[in-house]
Design a protein around this ligand. Structure first.
Ligand SMILES: Nc1nc2c(ncn2[C@@H]2O[C@H](COP(=O)(O)OP(=O)(O)O)[C@@H](O)[C@H]2O)c(=O)[nH]1
Ligand SMILES: [Mg+2]
Length: 403
């Protein structure tokens, strides 16, 4: 594996090892991840491929219900067993006012000198780039670098900017009596994401009412019945029960499986590249279709004449990718010359990449032979051809994957 250009020119493997035991290295890596540095991509790709024993818990609820105070309680419970913790607090307030983040800091600051606790606050307003992506990337970083517990604190449920349910192993929805959280109104969103309900501020009026409403929720489609736990977070009451409920849900494992699938998808996205199609040069598309359509049963989904390339093409969806049959319009076309020289057969491989411009630049600096300047085709996609002499003997088409 090649050495990346990033931190001290470490390989992603070396970098990952360094982060594992060191909270300051983790903080630096988190900054690279947030800034979407290219070397951080490589690191995340590596971490997403590694098995992780981390438990990712989402703490979601309205501002002020006590999420940070609960996080603090969970940190203490895990630290009591010498387990390491990371907290990612996503805050919708502006970085200027900083209100709740300051609150988070104060509530969790008792851990500031504990290297077993890593806390990262992220303001959503003023944040450049996708917060959802940054959040799941940070969670992946913390989980993949060996933290035992990763808590992601977010506001809102279901339709929120950061849908923690998508990547958490256990999604805890935090409610408090008298906070104006209308269970009926939130029902649809709650039903989808809550694995555990916590009624925090259980020292207040209205707990029973809220509890009743939660128990009246219809059963979930996947058969899981969310537990309902009562806590008084600032007094540490109910934390043990909350932890138990989290563990029970984790053992049920349905979410872990879902999260694993999501991580796999994420890893794929990191790689980002895919085979868009394989181009096969043929003398006659109609004749070739006799095989691909009639014998193999592929549909010719799309046929088109690309005049400036001097070809007719037919696209056949095949095994998650596509086969492009290419037939020369006349003897002057490059494809006609290809067939005359080499015979019918594999003409080019087309790769799709989300890092198109970056890749073209890299090809240029490395001296690869580009056949054309990047241009935009009829379908609106931008592409460039790389000469076989640079690619190991096959014409390569690079296509931009638009994000
Ligand atoms: N009465 C009471 N106050 C609480 C409880 N839990 C947290 N608080 C207080 O509620 C306020 C908001 O808590 P915080 O954890 O910052 O809420 P967050 O915005 O959801 O993170 C703070 O002043 C806490 O001390 C609780 O169980 N009972
Ligand atoms: Mg908070």
């Amino acid at each position: 594996m090649g050495r990346h250009q990033g931190r001290n020119r470490l390989t992603p493997e070396e970098w990952a090892d360094r982060i594992a035991g060191n909270v300051r290295e983790l903080a630096r890596a988190a900054t690279s991840v947030e800034n979407r540095r290219p070397e951080a991509e490589a690191l995340l790709r590596l971490l997403s491929e590694r098995a992780s024993g981390a438990l990712i818990v989402g703490l979601t609820g309205s501002p002020g219900v006590g999420k940070s105070t609960l996080a603090d309680g969970l940190i203490r419970a895990w630290r009591a067993e010498s387990k390491t913790v990371a907290v990612i607090a996503v805050d919708p307030t502006s970085p200027q006012s900083g209100g709740a983040i300051l609150g988070d800091r104060i509530r969790m600051q008792r851990h500031w000198d504990d290297p077993g606790v890593f806390i990262r606050s992220m303001a959503t307003r003023g944040h450049t780039g996708g917060v959802a992506r940054a959040t799941s990337d940070l969670a992946l970083l913390c989980a993949g670098s060996g933290r035992d517990l990763v808590i992601v604190e977010t506001v809102g449920v279901g339709q929120s900017e950061v849908d923690v349910a998508g990547f958490a192993d256990v999604a805890v929805v935090v409610l408090a009596p008298g906070m104006g959280d209308d269970v009926q109104a939130m029902k649809a969103g709650l039903m989808e994401v809550a694995d555990v309900f916590t009624i925090n501020k259980a020292d207040r009026e209205g707990v029973e009412q809220l509890e009743r409403e939660l128990h009246q929720l219809p059963p979930r489609a996947d058969g899981w019945t969310p537990s309902v736990v009562k806590t008084v977070a600032h007094l540490g009451q109910g934390i043990a029960e909350l932890r138990e409920a989290i563990d029970k849900c984790r053992q049920a494992n349905f979410r872990a499986r879902r999260a694993a699938a999501l991580w796999a998808k994420r890893a794929e996205q990191h790689a980002g590249w895919s085979i868009d199609h394989l181009g096969v040069a043929v003398r006659s598309i109609d004749k070739a279709l006799g095989f691909y359509r009639d014998s193999l049963g592929f549909d010719a989904a799309h046929r088109e004449t690309v005049a400036h390339e001097g070809v007719n093409v037919a696209m056949l969806p095949a095994a998650g990718s596509r086969i492009e049959l290419i037939e020369p319009l006349d003897d002057g076309s490059a494809v006609a010359k290809f067939i005359a020289g080499r015979g019918e057969g594999l003409h080019h491989v087309a790769l799709r990449t989300p890092r198109f411009r970056e890749t073209v630049e890299r090809l240029r600096t490395s001296g690869a032979r580009l056949i054309n300047e990047p241009r935009t085709g009829a379908g609106g996609h931008t592409y460039v051809f790389v000469h076989p002499e640079s690619t190991g003997g096959v014409l390569l088409e690079l296509i931009e994957e638009k994000e």
